[in-house]
Design a protein around this ligand. Structure first.
Ligand code: GUN
Length: 282
C-alpha cells in the first residue's frame, strides 16, 4: 500500500484521553458535561450511531441520556422535548438524531435547540457563524475530517481541495473549513459535469456522496489526501464512498471505513459537548 493510513481510532483514542482529563477537571469544579440524544423511531443505522455516542460519553466520564420517542411522535411533542432539554441545567449538548421520520420537519426542530447547546453545529446561527469566520459550534463530521487532514502535516495553503457532496451537514461546512485553511475549494455534486476532471486535480479530496466505492483510483491524483466520509452497507459489510483497496495504491494518505471519519465524528461531538459545558463557567 502506497498511502499512509489516517487511523480514526488511534487519533480518537488520543483525543478522548485529553477530553477525559478536561472532563475530570470540570467535574472538580462541580460541572459534569451532559449530552442528550433524541432518537425518534427505529432506524437501525441511527440506533448504532446513538449507541456509539453513549459509549463515547461513558469513556470520557460525561453524563449522557438517550431519549427514545416513538415513530408516530408529533412535531409538537418533539419540540416540547427539545425545549425541556434547553431548560435542563444538567444538559450542555442536545442532539436530534437524523434522519427524522418523514412526517417531521427537521429544520423546524433543529431551530428550537438553543444555539449554545447545539453540539451538532446544525443550527442556522452556528452554520452562519462558520460562514462568517466567527466562533461557533462546528459540525462534527467536517470538524473531524479537518483534524485528520491537519494530522498529515501537509501545509494546506494554496492546495486544491475538492469536496464531493453539498449537504448542509458535511459538504458545505467542509468546503468553508478548507477555505479557512487557504485551500482553493471546489464543491462537486450530482449535477457536476466531468466529475473526474475535478477530483483528479485535488490535493485534498473529501468524498461525502453516500455511494459505495464511488471514488475510483483513476479519479485520484497521486499523493492526494483522501478523506472518506461515506458509510454504506453492501452485503452486510460497511464500506465507504472510496474504493479503498485500489485508491490506497495511488493516494498519499487515506482514511479507512470503518475506523476513519466516523470515529472522529463522535470524538468531535464529545469535544463540542465538553466546550459547551466549559462555556457555562466562563
Ligand atoms: N445522522 C447521521 N450523522 C449524524 C450526525 O452527525 N448528527 C445527527 N444529529 N444525526 C446524524
Amino acid at each position: 500500500m502506497a498511502a499512509q493510513l489516517l487511523d480514526g481510532k488511534v487519533m480518537s483514542d488520543a483525543l478522548r484521553a485529553e477530553i477525559a482529563e478536561k472532563v475530570a477537571a470540570l467535574k472538580a469544579k462541580g460541572v459534569t458535561p451532559g449530552l442528550a440524544v433524541i432518537l425518534v423511531g427505529e432506524d437501525p443505522a441511527s440506533q448504532i450511531y446513538v449507541r456509539n455516542k453513549g459509549i463515547g460519553c461513558e469513556q470520557t466520564g460525561m453524563h449522557s441520556v438517550t431519549i427514545r420517542m416513538p415513530e408516530e411522535t408529533t412535531q409538537q411533542e418533539l419540540e416540547d422535548q427539545i425545549r425541556a432539554l434547553n431548560e435542563d441545567p444538567a444538559i450542555h449538548g442536545i442532539l436530534v438524531q437524523l434522519p427524522l421520520p418523514k412526517h417531521l420537519d427537521e429544520a423546524a426542530a433543529l431551530a428550537v435547540i438553543v444555539p449554545e447547546k447545539d453540539v451538532d453545529g446544525f443550527h442556522v446561527q452556528n452554520a452562519g457563524k462558520l460562514l462568517n469566520g466567527l466562533n461557533g459550534v462546528v459540525a462534527c463530521t467536517p470538524k473531524g475530517a479537518l483534524e485528520m487532514i491537519r494530522r498529515t502535516g501537509v501545509n494546506l495553503s494554496g492546495k486544491e481541495a475538492v469536496v464531493v457532496g453539498r449537504s448542509n451537514i458535511v459538504g458545505k461546512p467542509m468546503g468553508v473549513l478548507l477555505l479557512q485553511e487557504n485551500c482553493t475549494v471546489t464543491i462537486c455534486h450530482s449535477r457536476t459535469a466531468d466529475l473526474a476532471a475535478h477530483t483528479r486535480r485535488a490535493d485534498v479530496l473529501v468524498a461525502a456522496v453516500g455511494k459505495a466505492k464511488f471514488i475510483t483510483a483513476d479519479m485520484v491524483k497521486p499523493g492526494a489526501i483522501v478523506i472518506d466520509v461515506g458509510i454504506n452497507r453492501v452485503d452486510g459489510k460497511v464500506v465507504g464512498d472510496v474504493d479503498f483497496d485500489n485508491v490506497k495504491e495511488v493516494a498519499g494518505w487515506i482514511t479507512p471505513v470503518p475506523g476513519g471519519v466516523g470515529r472522529m465524528t463522535i470524538t468531535m461531538l464529545l469535544q463540542n459537548t465538553l466546550e459547551a459545558a466549559e462555556r457555562t463557567l466562563a
